[in-house]
Write a protein that binds this ligand. Structure first.
Ligand code: TSJ
Length: 685
């Protein structure tokens, strides 16, 4: 308590320093007089503001989810969202995102520029309001537009400011250049100043910030690839906007430009790049509907859907609301499903693909081999679900259903040849489903599924409580042996994998289930496989992939992840899949062993031990080089191990990697492995 009081006192002192809100804008606002009166009120407002930002600093997780690398990058998304909003409002055509030397970020847009005049409510300039008032968003009273891109947390620029060491904003507007700087978590150094004149046609906002290293204690390093990938996605989701991404840190700078006139239509082509398509056309629908909003005005819900079939078996429906990937689906996906079932089954009956008495095609039949991007823009999105990535607005269901229904019907009528190709593919999927069901019933009738007996290679654990059970899938028999001897027998099961498992992307379903290694894995995990995969039946709540830290190990890991992604997706979605982190080095010093899991740690150990040359330093080439005790100590002991939990967070990226690596084309696979061996090793999907 005392501590808190002290902090408040300090804030008051800061507020006093900032007392005179001299807003040196050239044309003082009409509300000048009122502002004068509000002057004394301003102190109180400012104190409140600082308390608000202090709350963000105390609990950053509540605002940006995490203070790890993901949270750090979240700051960038928050700032970029503002520029994208300006573009969606029709006032901005170009956004630049740059990583500078020293890992600061600059975002530039050519929009109208954040308002510089005074906002009545806070007595601050528009820029200051956006930057110091929590949830101020992009709304400025009457003139305020609706924030559309509003990110996952949608917390706005003030949160970025609160979590920054410093933050600078420059606005070009109406022929003037305005500048303000904030420091130490959002404290105003000096109020907004007009610092010069510019061409009245040159408008826009430039923001530069440096994340606070006392908040982002894990890392303050930005990853170009993460920013590049997200910006490319944003460019695909918002056609016509040019987004430039720069890394100014390297000796030879990187600069990439993304601008897609075709929007999500081009996105589908990008995702399907290396797949063999059923036909080249991308089916595309769009529409919008007006809804009333609370200020009495109208806003619009926009719907866009693009899709394309390939000759494969997996279904990939990616949905977005306001540029946020809605992993958990929601009303837009349900509306899409309604429309697909209605239109396809209607057409199939009319043109006698389905005969009287046949069951309707299921959604799974219809979407086998389909890649689809659904994007809706909503003025007031309701994000629900565990990870707040499920769209809850019920009105969206009908709108998507109507837009997709009408336009897909038209597509079928206008393209009878393509409609036939699609219907035949769907009929094949339905037949395969019926045949598989018959086969299962047959097996059940004969008594006992062959897959019911646990594989001999599995060293199972004694506990039968899945919540505490772990399955280690281990590369190679020798490492498998060490793992078996080193493990905790009660909760840890070991399944050694011999050689490379099957390439699941390329292989047909039939061959996949005939493969012994994959069969062992399915049986051991115990939940079956897609489309019957039942995550409630699985025998382990941790499935740990343990491979060597080399290119082969990476390849096996990707193969396994591909398999889980394709056939047991809920296993990943529920966070049950992990990647073990064996050490890369062992240092022996005075009879003690020190392990390093990366090069930085090795450096640390060397410095601590003042390692004189001659002391044994071992670089582990494979798990097989560790004995049972070492493997337990370094990689399997729950008290000391470090594992990476695999998430679906970037399913599109995973899809792309899997296809690049394992699809029919050999070239991208070779190229990927050669140029990207480092990334493959660090793959953290
Ligand atoms: F918020 C922010 F500071 F993070 C930020 C805002 C960062 C960046 C890179 C850009 C922006 C931003 C804000 N770009 N454009 C705008 N536009 C407005 O704030 C704006 C301008 C004029 C009007 C108006 O009604 O006249 C309304 C708005 C919302």
């Amino acid at each position: 308590m005392a501590e808190e009081k002290k902090e408040v006192m300090e804030e008051i002192k800061v507020a006093e320093v900032n007392k005179a809100p001299e807003i040196k804008v050239s044309e003082m606002n009409k509300e000048e007089a009122q502002l004068e009166k509000a002057d004394s009120k301003y102190d109180a407002e400012n104190i409140q503001v600082l308390e608000g930002l202090e709350a963000v600093r105390k609990r950053p997780g509540m605002y940006i989810g995490t203070t790890s690398s993901a949270g750090l990058h979240h700051l960038v998304w928050e700032i970029v969202d503002n520029a994208i909003d300006e573009a969606l409002a029709g006032y901005c055509t170009e956004v630049t995102v740059a990583i500078n030397e020293g890992d600061t970020i600059t975002v530039i847009d050519n929009g109208r520029g954040i308002p510089v005049d005074v906002v009545k409510k806070s007595g601050l300039s528009g820029v200051e309001t956006v930057y110091t008032v929590l949830h101020a968003g992009g709304k400025f009273g009457e003139g305020g537009g609706y924030k559309v891109s509003g990110g996952l947390h949608g917390v706005g620029a003030s949160v970025v400011n609160a979590l920054s060491e410093w933050c600078e904003v420059t606005v070009h507007k109406n022929g003037g250049i305005y500048y303000i700087k904030f420091q130490n978590g959002g404290k105003i150094v000096e109020h907004l100043q007009k610092i010069g004149d510019c061409d009245p046609d040159k408008n826009g906002t430039t923001v530069t910030f440096k994340p606070d290293s006392t908040i982002f204690t894990d890392t303050t390093k930005f990853e170009y690839e993460i920013i590049r990938d997200r910006m490319r996605q944003v460019a695909y989701l918002n056609r016509g906007i040019k987004i430039i991404v720069e890394d100014r840190r390297e000796a030879d700078h990187i600069r990439e430009e993304f601008c897609y006139a075709g929007g999500i239509k081009e996105y589908v082509l990008f995702i399907n790049n290396h797949k063999s398509k059923l036909f080249d056309e991308v089916m595309y629908c769009e529409g919008n509907t007006a809804i009333p909003v609370d200020n009495g005005k109208e806003a619009h819900i926009y719907v866009e859907v693009a899709m394309q079939y390939d000759d494969g078996y997996s279904s990939n429906v990616y949905s977005f609301c306001n540029n946020v990937h809605t992993h958990e689906g929601g009303m837009h996906e349900i509306g899409f499903r309604d429309a697909m079932r209605r239109v396809v089954n209607g057409y199939a009956k009319e043109y006698k693909f389905l005969k009287d008495g046949d069951d309707d095609y299921t959604f799974d039949d219809i979407t086998e081999g389909l890649t689809c991007v659904i994007s809706v823009k909503h003025p007031n999105p309701q994000f629900e679900g565990q990870t707040k990535t499920k769209l809850g607005n019920s009105e969206v269901r009908r709108i998507v259903s109507q837009v997709v229904g009408d336009q897909l019907n038209r597509f079928f009528l206008e393209n009878p040849k393509l409609a036939r190709i699609i219907m035949e593919k769907i009929a094949t999927a339905a037949n395969a489903r019926l045949a598989a069901r018959k086969a299962r019933e047959e097996i059940r009738r004969k008594g006992g599924l062959e897959l019911n007996t646990l594989p001999g290679k599995l060293a199972d654990c004694s506990s039968k409580n899945p919540e505490e059970c772990e399955l280690y899938i281990v590369e190679g028999n020798s490492a498998g042996g060490s793992a078996k001897n080193g493990r905790n027998r009660e909760t840890q099961a070991i399944l050694p994998l011999r050689g490379k498992i099957l390439n699941v992307e390329k292989a047909q379903a039939k061959r996949i289930f005939a493969n012994a290694e994959i069969g062992n894995m399915i049986t051991a995990i115990g939940g079956g496989i897609d489309p019957e995969f039942d995550v409630t039946k699985i025998r382990y709540h941790k499935v740990v992939i343990m491979t060597d830290a080399d290119v082969d190990g990476s390849h096996i890991r990707i193969l396994l992840l591909t398999f889980f992604y394709r056939f047991m997706r809920p296993l990943i979605a529920n966070g049950y899949v992990y990647i073990a982190q064996p050490p890369l080095y062992k240092v022996e010093y005075h009879g003690k062993q020190y392990y390093a899991y990366n090069d930085a740690q090795l450096e640390n150990i060397k410095q601590k031990l003042k390692l004189k040359p001659g002391y044994p330093l071992q670089r582990y080439k494979g798990l097989g080089e560790m004995d049972a005790e070492q493997l337990w100590d370094t990689t399997m002991d729950p008290a000391h191990r470090k594992m990476i939990r695999v998430t679906l967070k970037d399913a599109i990226k995973a899809e792309q990697i899997f296809t690049d690596l394992m699809g029919d084309d050999v070239e991208p696979r070779k190229e990927f492995i050669h140029t990207n061996a480092k990334f493959v090793k660090n793959l953290d999907i």
